[in-house]
Design a protein around this ligand. Sequence first.
Ligand SMILES: CC(C)(COP(=O)(O)OP(=O)(O)OC[C@H]1O[C@@H](n2cnc3c(N)ncnc32)[C@H](O)[C@@H]1OP(=O)(O)O)[C@@H](O)C(=O)NCCC(=O)NCCS
Length: 221
Amino acid sequence: MGGEITAVEPTQSAGLDLKIHDPVSQVPPAESGLQSARNDSARVRLYPLHNTDAAETSEMLARSADFHRDWVTYPTSLDQVAAFIARSADDGMLILGIRRPSDNILVGIVTLCRIAREPWLTAECGAAVDVRHRGKGYMAEGMRLLVRFAIDELGLHRVEALVRPENVRSAHMLTSAGFRIEGIARGAVRIQDSWVDHVRWAITAEDLAIIRRDALVEERG
Ligand SMILES: CC(C)(COP(=O)(O)OP(=O)(O)OC[C@H]1O[C@@H](n2cnc3c(N)ncnc32)[C@H](O)[C@@H]1OP(=O)(O)O)[C@@H](O)C(=O)NCCC(=O)NCCS
């Protein structure tokens, strides 16, 4: 794990105001409070998606659909994606676009759903890359940012992921972002009428503190 990468851009959207959830209701969507400490060496930044991102997101998801198909199901048409973004707050989901600051291109998305208030303070994450930008390390960086956002900004204690055992790319991305395997969630997700076992991954606030401490030690040589 490299040094700190924390850069979450503020949003103009009101769509993230998930008032039913304590952690998320603390997020001031239109204020700088959403912006974590900046690190200008970060290759990507996170931006909460709103309706003006629908067309770009839909194009990205449509061209990547074949690549995503075995692992995740996201909408692809403009109408479906616009509805997905518009509904996200009511569905208890945060959808964040991962953009490359050099040209502002959307290289992928990350999500947080099943956000649970005290005493759990946990959420489940998801991710999908633009097929044109796969394997460049952007998603691992985006996932690191998502974890910092969830723990530092939302005040969550854990971020979890449920991943099929054969999803090697996802496993690498999560490992790179500091997640650890906790076990198998049996029959966790229904896929084409079968209940499929998933590996349960998680990172906690304590894990993140250790990662930060180690990065600091490394920086100081
Ligand atoms: C999972 C996903 C988001 C990762 O995107 P990506 O572009 O491959 O990720 P990155 O380039 O950031 O790579 C992350 C890590 O995986 C490694 N990696 C990438 N492709 C790999 C491959 N085919 N085999 C092994 N490792 C791979 C990278 O080297 C990197 O490791 P590092 O940080 O130790 O160098 C992407 O593959 C995807 O959209 N998959 C379909 C949807 C999905 O599975 N979502 C996750 C469900 S929880």
